[in-house]
Design a binder for this molecule. Structure first.
Ligand code: HEM
Ligand SMILES: *[C@@H]1O[C@H](CO)[C@@H](O)[C@H](O)[C@H]1NC(C)=O
Length: 498
């Protein structure tokens, strides 16, 4: 997805300058224990921190990290023209307070208006009763029995298809691992959630990808209505492709529901039967929860697709990006596989043309090192790198910062998860061992310190699913190949971070 804003945006800076001045003059400073908050580095008169947000995402994240390094856990004032007064928080105590007061800190109009076109009433935009019923539908989709079918049947099948494709690659062919991982997560979500065969290369998927990229940019560009008016043609086209596809998912599911009751489909094996019996369970739960609005069901379905597929695909991509420069970690993953196979007395089939072993033996419990590798990648490269909330009423954070109603609260996971105060002097290093105790068991971190899956009442519903996928995909791909980068990694060549 596009990480860079075109130069056209900078031209518009002048047009807006007057607006910014006006917006800023009306603002009152936020205080902590009576004292105004300090400003972050590089704060400019009048435009405040607005320029940082206009920068390419990579620069914005580096700037957040600089704030964190310089000020530790201190809460800083954030001034972005056109937005209400805000704070940038770093202290896990403050974040814990946010997670525990879900109703007080909501996405507010700021987030909703920006993600409305793509996600509409989908779960991440919804509040109140509407949120509850989508969360309930998601919980029943992600129940333990369904997750077992995912890890025992669906994932091993799709993984073996991907392994076959990788093996068919020519010796010097370049393979984009990001596409491989997105294909796996797309097939999984398509089949299990919607009972559809989906592929990452489909026009729908590329439109969805483009639309999510543009939506992510809206969070950095306060002038997006203006820039999209001139340059938003492709974005609008993508949205319309996505919406059409969403309605198709829904109408197929409605047809499915009718035909299942009359004639069950012929099954070929007990495994296929297991998978078929749960396929589409998300869309069917959503349909029965929201019987009277197909377009809302479509919004909900597409939001789940984004939440489940893109995050996991990106996290796996970053994992292998990190493994490129850490061969010692790669060989420990392979050691772990050998150990699991020996313990399970699972045979290693060296003649197999697809998988040399059954990935279903790899679970978060049997493969803690691989899980630690995944956590460590998520720490350094969180798929959702920063979050924005708005205070629905005046409140005081645990560190004494007083937030008036409507103030904006920002935290940057990218920066917080690199804090030396939280993670120690080697916070910048990729070291999966930090997640393991002396017995090789996973050490868990609370959501306030490791907020990668969010926290509190709205925490990620798919964490177990993502972990189940990771502990199979990482070892299987690490087992079969040696890796080499293309040498373009300095500016994250080809690897999305939105
Ligand atoms: C590594 C993978 C994943 C990461 C890092 C991740 C992270 C997150 C985060 C940060 C949120 C809060 C977003 C917000 O409200 O701003 C979230 C919410 C959510 N995630 Fe995940 N997620 C992952 C995988 C999944 C998977 C596989 C699913 C399964 C479908 C899923 C389903 C959801 C849902 C439904 C929500 C909304 C929860 C609510 O608002 O009540 N996620 N996730
Ligand atoms: C590691 O295992 C030993 C023996 O079972 C146990 O006594 C010890 O408490 C364990 N260490 C941790 C950190 O759990």
């Amino acid at each position: 997805m596009g990480l860079f804003l075109g130069s056209a945006h900078y031209l518009l800076a002048g047009v807006v300058f007057a607006l910014l001045v006006r917006a800023l003059l009306g603002k009152k400073a936020i205080r902590r224990n009576g004292e105004p908050l300090r400003n972050p580095p590089d704060t400019l008169p009048l435009v405040g921190n607005g320029i940082q947000f206009l920068q390419p995402r990579w620069n914005l994240l580096s700037w957040f990290n600089k704030c964190q390094r310089q000020f530790g856990y201190e809460t800083l004032a954030l001034t972005v023209p056109t937005l209400p007064p805000g704070v940038l928080i770093h202290d896990p105590k403050n974040l814990d307070y946010v997670f525990k007061h879900e109703g007080l800190f909501t996405k507010g109009n700021f987030v909703k208006t920006r993600s409305w076109d793509l996600f509409g009433n989908g779960i991440i935009n919804a509040d109140g009763a509407f949120w509850k019923l989508q969360r309930k539908a998601g919980l029943s989709f992600l129940n333990t029995a369904n997750l077992r079918v995912l890890t025992d049947v669906a994932l091993p099948q799709y993984l073996s298809e991907s392994v076959k494709e990788l093996e068919a690659a020519k010796p010097d062919q370049v393979v984009d691992l990001q596409d491989v991982f997105h294909e796996i997560t797309t097939k999984l979500m398509g089949k299990m959630a919607y009972n559809m065969e989906m592929h990452f290369s489909s026009p729908f998927s590329s439109s969805f990808d483009h639309a999510s990229g543009c939506t992510a940019q809206r969070f950095q560009n306060p002038l997006y209505p203006l820039t999209e008016f001139f340059f938003g043609h492709k974005f609008r086209q993508s949205i319309s492709t996505v919406k059409k596809f969403g309605l198709e998912i829904v109408s197929r599911a409605m047809r499915d529901a009718k035909s299942i009751s009359s004639s069950p489909p012929p099954s070929t094996s007990p495994d296929d039967e297991k998978l078929d019996s749960i396929s589409g369970s998300l869309i069917h739960s959503l349909l029965s929860a929201i019987p009277d609005s197909p377009s809302t069901v479509a919004d909900a379905a597409l939001t789940y697709l984004s939440a489940g597929r893109d995050t996991t695909g990106q996290a796996l991509t970053w994992t292998f990006y990190l493994l490129l420069s850490h061969p010692e970690v790669l060989s420990k993953i392979r050691d772990e596989v050998r150990g699991v196979l020996a313990r399970e007395q699972a045979p290693l089939d060296t003649t197999s043309s697809s998988l040399p072993f059954s990935p279903a033996v790899l679970t978060p419990l049997s493969a803690p090192y691989s899980l630690a590798v995944f956590y460590e990648s998520l720490r350094l490269y969180p798929p959702i790198p920063f979050e924005i909330r708005q205070a629905q009423a005046a409140t005081t954070l645990p560190d004494g910062t007083f937030l008036p109603k409507d103030s904006v609260l920002v935290w940057c996971l990218w920066a917080m998860q690199r804090s030396r105060l939280t993670w120690g002097e080697d916070a910048d290093q990729f070291r999966p061992e930090r997640w393991l105790d002396e017995n090789g068991t996973i050490k868990h971190k609370g959501a306030a310190e490791f907020p990668v899956f969010y926290g509190g009442a709205r925490s990620c519903l798919g964490r177990k699913m993502a972990e189940g996928i990771a502990v199979q995909v990482i070892p299987v791909v690490a087992w079969g190949w040696e890796f080499e980068g293309l040498g373009k990694e300095d500016k994250r060549g080809g690897v999305g971070i939105a």
